[in-house]
Design a protein around this ligand. Structure first.
Ligand code: CA
Length: 669
């Protein structure tokens, strides 16, 4: 009756996010199809108790819908009626947020033998009883003394729960762990970068990878974190994942040449039973631009040159679409799916990028505006592969970014450690410049033909940072957008067939399921993630969103209605009092960019998820300001106290900068 039932046997495939363990985000259901999708209406909805980004793909097993939310909470619903069965809150300490680059998100659960597995933001892996949400076991997967977090969905492969972690921007050593799904006992761990050579290497791969690093890389951990999706081929027993950037982004060593830094920014295959290395393909050797290769890796069988090839595919952050033989890792195709300027091309045989000399900002000392930038041509938002059309559907974007090395960089105790001079490359407070930069930002749904190596159609969207994709046998492609629409397109030609206003930006991928012959569509709604947190004014290009976090489900002729959104309140301006010392504000701007802009936005313009500090009542209130900024009165929501990190004088400098920004905003209201 439902799309998934529990399969017997420890080695059986388990349902995971992305509709199967192949991460295709494709469903064979076709009751909702290109002919009738216009009748789709709301079935039921549920308002979530967080106001941060929602990135999970729900899973439906035996009539129950399981999903996770920001702050790693788990909920279970009757999938047909929407009745809440249970919820589980792992009570993640709010201060964990200071170690997250990209919001306090969670990308979903794994399910196996009546157990629900969730990775929590603070690095725990918890097995819950699927019937009641009660914990069965819980293990810590990370060293709590390092700035690790965990946001990706686990995967169950061959009776093992596999999970990675995040933190390459902060200075951690990446790895993948596999735990016995029944007991929670650690089975194996594969590091993605070598550790301190004095302590010995874990395997021959680490010993050879160490030759691709120089200096004392292990002091920064090396990065290369595995922070998003896994794919699994049960026939080959191979586990596939991508790794993140090396740490820090810029020149990491005193080496005269940039080295490859294995296995950072790389696609890796391991034998799932043993955790031993099978093969790797490094998408960006010597990555200095944050070109994580963590995007989802659909598995498919494609007819190439008259032969059926089992492949693994990725639309990478670096702008290239890769097709690899999934047994050997051999490169079959690599083509850019967006404009790129950081290379002058790829080596046709190896796929190794030929780096544009100007892109080596870490050597030139000059500003380099890279296309793509760190937001990527495609980030974690899942793309879909349809075996019905043999096309992949990519949530693609064009967001260039300036990079400038900070020669005075010193490791910070909290916050990002990227050795970039971001204060000097902040967006100027000039509407003309802002308009010009915004005009270059693009987002679109790209239907890419992996065999012909070209785009078949494109649906233009308002701006970048749109949701993940679902393709179905109903010849449909579903995608939510940053501007607050859930849309359906004809999978063959890209015609828009249906749209629904969901009242907040969508990041997550929709999924679909069937109960007693009725097909449903489900999606997690809730604006957030790195773009609105960091990009400030630029994030308004996609529609000036607020976060309304909900789970929405749809069915044909659904008659449900969302309550009308409350009218937006006019921003109240504080801190209009008194002149600001310009020099103090300039010092404060640099400190703000280093320690605050990662959440509150470039040049103190917030993107609709956390408070916009230009309009904060704390600016006018000494007591309010001190208890929050110095003492951490809001640390349960992720705002730690900064008095252990910044001097009183530095905190005052930041306040002067924010006052200056508040006065500038007031003058335009
Ligand atoms: Ca990264």
């Amino acid at each position: 009756m439902t799309q998934w039932t529990f399969a017997g046997g420890a080695a059986a495939a388990a349902p995971i996010v992305g509709h199967a363990d192949n991460e295709n985000h494709f469903s064979a259901l076709s009751a909702i199809n290109a002919d009738n999708v216009g009748r789709l209406g709301l079935a039921w909805s549920y308002d979530l108790d967080t106001r941060r980004g929602q990135e999970a793909t729900p899973i439906v097993v035996d009539g129950v819908l399981y999903t996770s939310t920001a702050w790693s909470k788990v909920l279970a619903f009757d999938a047909a009626s929407g009745r809440l069965r249970w919820q589980f809150d792992p009570k993640v300490p709010g201060a964990t947020a200071i170690h997250t680059c990209c919001d306090v998100v969670n990308r979903g659960v794994a399910i196996w033998h009546r157990r629900v597995y969730v990775g929590t933001l603070d690095g725990r892996l918890i097995a819950l009883d699927a019937r009641n949400g009660k914990p069965i076991w819980s293990v810590s997967t990370v060293d709590a003394n390092r700035p690790y977090t965990s946001t990706g969905a686990p995967l169950v492969a061959g009776g093992r729960v596999v999970i990675g972690n995040s933190g390459a921007e902060y200075g951690v050593r990446g790895y993948v762990s596999a735990y016995d799904a029944l007991t929670g006992k650690l089975d194996w761990r594969f590091y993605t970068v070598p550790g301190d050579p004095a302590k010995g290497f874990e395997n021959p791969q680490m010993a050879s990878a160490a030759r691709t690093w120089s200096g004392q890389w292990w002091l920064d951990g090396g990065g290369a974190t595995v922070w998003s999706a896994f794919s699994y081929d049960p026939k080959l027993d191979l586990l596939y994942f991508g790794t993140g950037n090396a740490s820090p982004w810029g020149r990491r060593e005193d080496s005269p040449v940039a080295l490859d830094n294995l296995y950072a920014s790389c696609i890796v295959a391991l034998h799932a039973r043993t955790g031993q290395y099978a093969w790797h393909f490094q998408t960006t050797p010597g990555d200095h631009w944050d070109y994580d290769a963590d995007q989802n890796l659909p598995l498919a069988t494609l007819m190439i040159d008259g032969k059926a090839r089992d492949v693994v595919m990725q639309a990478s952050k670096n702008g290239y679409f890769y097709v690899l033989d999934r047994r050997s890792g051999k490169l079959l195709a690599a083509n850019n799916f967006v404009p790129v300027n950081w290379t002058t091309g790829l080596d046709a045989r190896t796929g190794r990028p030929v780096i544009n000399p100007e892109a080596k900002y870490y050597e030139t000392g000059k500003v380099w505006v890279s296309q793509p930038g760190a937001l990527g041509a495609h980030s974690w938002q899942p793309m879909a592969y349809s075996p019905a059309t043999s096309l992949v559907y990519i949530p693609a974007q064009e967001v260039a970014q300036p990079y400038l090395r900070d020669p005075a960089f010193k490791r910070q105790p909290v916050g990002m450690n990227n050795d970039l001079d971001m204060a000097s490359t902040s967006l100027p407070d000039d509407p003309a410049v802002q308009q010009a930069v915004m005009a270059t930002l693009k987002g679109y749904l790209s239907a890419w033909d992996p065999r012909a190596r070209r785009e078949r159609w494109r649906a233009e969207l308002r701006g970048p940072w749109n949701g993940g994709v679902l393709a179905t046998a109903g010849n449909l492609v579903f995608q939510g957008t940053a501007s607050g629409e859930l849309q359906a397109f004809n999978a063959s030609d890209g015609r828009k067939l249906w749209s629904y206003a969901v009242q907040s930006g969508v990041l997550a991928a929709p999924m679909t399921y069937s109960i007693d012959g009725t097909q449903y569509l489900a999606v997690m709604v809730g604006w957030g993630g790195v773009f609105p947190l960091v990009a400030g004014e630029l994030s308004f290009k996609s529609g000036h969103q607020v976060n309304r976090s909900r789970l929405l489900t749809f069915r044909l002729d659904g008659k449900g209605q969302l309550p009308a959104p409350p009218a937006a309140a006019a921003p109240s301006v504080h801190a209009a009092k008194g002149p600001v010392d310009a020099e103090q504000a300039t010092r404060g701007a640099r400190l703000y960019t280093r320690d605050c802009s990662g959440c509150h936005g470039d040049t103190a313009v917030a993107g609709g998820v956390v408070p916009d500090l230009r309009f904060s009542a704390a600016l006018d209130n000494d007591e309010f300001w001190r208890t929050v900024v110095d003492d951490g009165a809001l640390s349960s929501e992720g705002m730690i106290g900064f008095k252990s990190v910044l001097t009183a004088e530095q905190i005052n400098d930041i306040r002067a900068f924010l006052t200056q920004r508040a006065q500038a905003a007031a003058s335009r209201l």
